[in-house]
Design a protein around this ligand. Structure first.
Ligand code: DOR
Ligand code: ZN
Length: 341
């Protein structure tokens, strides 16, 4: 049995670092483990300009401990009237690594999102030419579509035509949750990839109702039935370079989760790598953790892999019931792995 595993330092290709006091509370957890992170732009107001992204990047760098080796990679939040010139310039100048497409109304702070991808066709063509990745929240918002089907319907209605119309556009389907998404990504060419969260590897939708309503397991896309969880686990641990680590760590204060209308989001940053390691260990795939966590994402984004390493050791800590104002993923559980310092 492997009790110690050294891998290249990983990156988190999808994280919500928030702002102000929450940013200061959560960013050190991401910076402890990850060398780089793709930072989601769904602030209030959303990050849509180079100036806003630069200022946010500075606030993030100020929020991590001095000397931390951590680089935030910024994204631009797409709206119906996204400014193509600003975005392409921002990419060329290294301010925006990618654009994030939230269908309007799909999730937290997505009200300003895109109401119809036809509204941003010119921008998508420019991104395709520039080699700028498009990151998609892959759910339709049509209230007539059952919430558990929204990802599969998005593939049919939105993603398939989009990939046909922009065949060279690099697209990441974020936080996939279904067998349909795993199959679709695996079966497409190398312009399409997907991130996978730890919660969608550990939990099926039963976790939302285990002994009562469990707001801390609620995120979007919502947890799915067990067969989907197993398909997503196979995708993550199966060795395909088109699946990589993106935590979707999305902290909300405890009162905003334990509420009559609770916010979506799982705060998994403090034990994220440990959580993925447990899954790869259970699947007998620890030898594939490094590719998933530290190689595949960098390759897709055309960035170098990290030269530093981290070491995981068997025998972890009990996850605290609370970290600051937030309840973390795996609260109260003992982790099988820990990061050696
Ligand atoms: O659960 C989620 N929380 N899913 C998202 O897409 C957004 C995120 C957030 O910002 O809270
Ligand atoms: Zn997210």
């Amino acid at each position: 049995m492997t009790d110690r595993l050294t891998i290249r330092r990983p990156d988190d290709w999808h994280v919500h670092l928030r702002d102000d006091a929450m940013l200061k509370a959560v960013a050190p957890h991401t910076a402890r483990t990850f060398a780089r992170a793709i930072v989601m732009p769904n602030l209030t107001p959303p990050v849509t300009t180079m100036a806003a992204a630069k200022a946010y990047r500075t606030r993030i760098v100020d929020a991590v401990p001095a000397g931390a080796d951590f680089t935030p990679l910024m994204t631009c939040y797409l709206t119906d009237d996204a400014d193509t010139g600003e975005i392409v310039r921002g990419h060329a100048e290294g301010v925006f690594t990618a654009c994030k497409l939230y269908p309007a109304g799909a999730t937290t702070n997505s009200a300003h999102g895109v109401t119809d991808v036809r509204n941003i066709r010119g921008l998508l063509a420019a991104m395709e030419r520039a080699g700028m990745p498009l990151l998609v929240h892959g759910e339709v918002t049509d209230p007539a579509v059952d919430i558990f089907d929204r990802e599969a319907v998005f593939i049919e209605r939105v993603l398939t035509p989009l990939l046909r119309d922009f065949p060279a556009l690099r697209v990441v389907m974020e936080h996939i949750t279904t067998a349909e998404a795993a199959e679709f990504v695996a079966g497409h060419g190398d312009t399409l990839a997907a991130t996978i969260t730890p919660q969608h590897l550990h939990l099926s939708r039963n976790a939302l109702f285990e002994g009562g309503l469990r707001p801390h397991a609620y995120c979007l896309p919502v947890l799915k039935r067990e067969r989907h969880r197993l398909a997503v686990r196979r995708a993550a641990t199966g060795g395909s370079p088109r699946f990589f680590l993106g935590t979707d760590s999305a902290p909300h204060e405890i009162g905003r989760k334990q509420s009559g209308c609770g916010c979506a989001g799982v705060f998994n940053a403090p034990f994220a790598l440990e959580s993925y390691a447990a899954v790869f260990d259970e699947e007998g795939a620890l030898d594939r953790l490094e590719a998933f966590a530290s190689v595949n994402g960098a390759a897709f984004y055309g960035l170098p892999v990290n030269e530093a390493t981290v070491t995981l050791v068997r025998g972890g800590a009990v996850v605290p019931a609370r970290i600051g104002e937030v309840v973390p993923f795996h609260a109260g559980e003992r982790m099988e792995w820990r990061l050696a310092v």
